[in-house]
Design a protein around this ligand. Structure first.
Ligand code: SF4
Length: 432
């Protein structure tokens, strides 16, 4: 979502005459768009500001803005601790960035803009064209979360669940496709909680998918990130009814122990998670799943951990993210006693070894098979391209007759943990 927000920040800054630059120390304005999910996010911001300070030591100071969730969570403290920061802007206020920069240029007064006004944000963003021109484009449809998992900062930094108006999203999708997008990834912290009503009609994520299906030049639809509780039947049925919805779903569970899921306040148990997977597979047997795991959550015993390992073996995720629990200030889990770090590290290692084994086995199944790949870009060198399979797996392949945005048939010749390698069907090597 931060990538989507960063793109929109560029679009907004362009309105007041700013352009993107890759030459960092020539910038007039430096925006650090931050994420609070990863560990030590705040310290990383101060380190980055230190680097900016150093590279502008002998030149005119740029306007320095910290935006995103760290800015939301630490606004006052940041302005107090680091005088080099001119402005902090929360994730629900960045639509004002143009006016705020102009204001700062006039008055030179430091700004703290961390209001939660998500409706006005999207109403304002609607007026500014989304200029992303990527083959695979991101589109935020929902923000915030009401689930309050005990380890998570999102409900505090992004605020309560908010769903954008249905028509506004379809218009933005059409404009992205006109600009060259062939794949749209619908985004939300709780994307499948999307719910919008207007004129006695209610729209869910399934309504959006089926409406996007009608956009002629759009080839693929994806969405992320989902909560198991919101995998409703109408959404599951899209895996049968939509030809463009890709058969790959990221569905975080976090732990395989019901005791830990309860302590995490996840609002679902293992049985419910399995029932969702079963429904999905009964609807579309090609579907593949990935997940997230937190290891070493407070009070996790060896038995709880083994339940997580058993769950991984049972589902056979094709790739997943796994981390050791680390407390986020202000969340209920931050008050809990931490587990032994060495035990946590061993559990993480064991988990990652198993996830890796499944990932490699899954990738190797494609060797000597043909895969449909959406070409995203040309790699350095003349005849190498990058694209992704239906299951999001990266593919690097040789071709002399394809271009970004095309769906091509690639014969897979080798694989490693993260990628597939192959040759476009009609590839003719110049050496031959
Ligand atoms: S559902 Fe996701 S975003 Fe919401 S609180 Fe839980 S982990 Fe955070």
């Amino acid at each position: 979502m931060n990538e989507y927000d960063s793109n929109r920040i560029y679009d907004l800054a362009a309105v007041i005459g700013f352009n993107k630059t890759d030459i960092k120390n020539e910038a007039d304005c430096f925006v650090l768009n931050t994420c609070h999910i990863r560990e030590k996010a705040t310290e990383k911001v101060y380190h980055e500001i230190g680097r900016v300070k150093k590279s502008f030591k002998n030149t005119k100071k740029p306007i320095v803005i910290v935006s995103g969730c760290v800015a939301q969570a630490e606004s006052k403290e940041m302005l107090k601790r680091e005088p080099y920061i001119d402005m902090v802007i929360g994730p629900q206020s960045y639509h004002k960035i143009g006016d705020l920069i102009l204001n700062y240029q006039r008055k030179k007064k430091r700004i703290n803009e961390t209001e939660f006004n998500v409706i006005s944000k999207f109403d304002n963003l609607e007026k500014i064209k989304n200029l992303q021109n990527k083959v695979s484009s991101l589109l935020t449809i929902q923000e915030g979360c009401d689930k309050f998992c005990h380890f998570c900062v999102v409900p505090y930094t992004r605020g309560p669940e908010y769903s954008r108006p249905f028509k506004q999203i379809i218009e933005e999708a059409n404009s992205l496709v006109e600009n060259g997008a062939k794949e749209i990834i619908l985004l939300g912290q709780n994307v499948n909680a999307y719910s919008f009503s207007e004129n006695d009609k209610s729209y869910r994520l399934s309504s959006l998918i089926m409406e996007l299906e009608k956009i002629k030049d759009l080839k693929r639809i994806r969405y992320t990130t989902s909560h198991p509780k919101d995998m409703t039947d109408d959404l599951i049925n899209c895996y049968k009814n939509s030809k463009k919805l890709m058969p790959f779903l990221h569905l975080p569970i976090q732990s395989g122990s019901d005791k830990i899921l309860k302590l995490m306040n996840r609002k679902h148990n293992k049985k419910f998670y399995f029932s969702v997977i079963e429904k999905l597979k009964n609807t579309n047997k090609t579907i593949k799943i990935s997940s997230d795991f937190i290891l070493g959550y407070p009070d996790e015993t060896e038995k709880d951990f083994q339940e997580t390992i058993n769950l991984i073996k049972k589902v056979g995720f094709i790739n997943s993210y796994s981390f050791i629990f680390s407390p986020r200030p202000g969340t209920p889990a931050a008050e809990k006693k931490l587990n032994n770090l060495l035990i946590n590290k061993n559990r993480l290692q064991e988990t990652q070894d198993i996830l890796k084994k499944f990932q490699i086995e899954n990738n190797q199944k494609y060797i000597q098979q043909n895969c449909e790949v959406l070409v995203e870009n040309r790699l350095e060198g003349q005849e190498r391209y990058f694209g992704r399979t239906k299951f999001m797996t990266p593919v690097k392949f040789e071709s002399n007759n394809c271009s970004p945005g095309e769906l091509v048939n690639v014969k897979i010749t080798s694989a490693n943990q993260n990628s597939l390698f192959g040759i476009h069907k009609n590839y003719k090597s110049k050496a031959a």
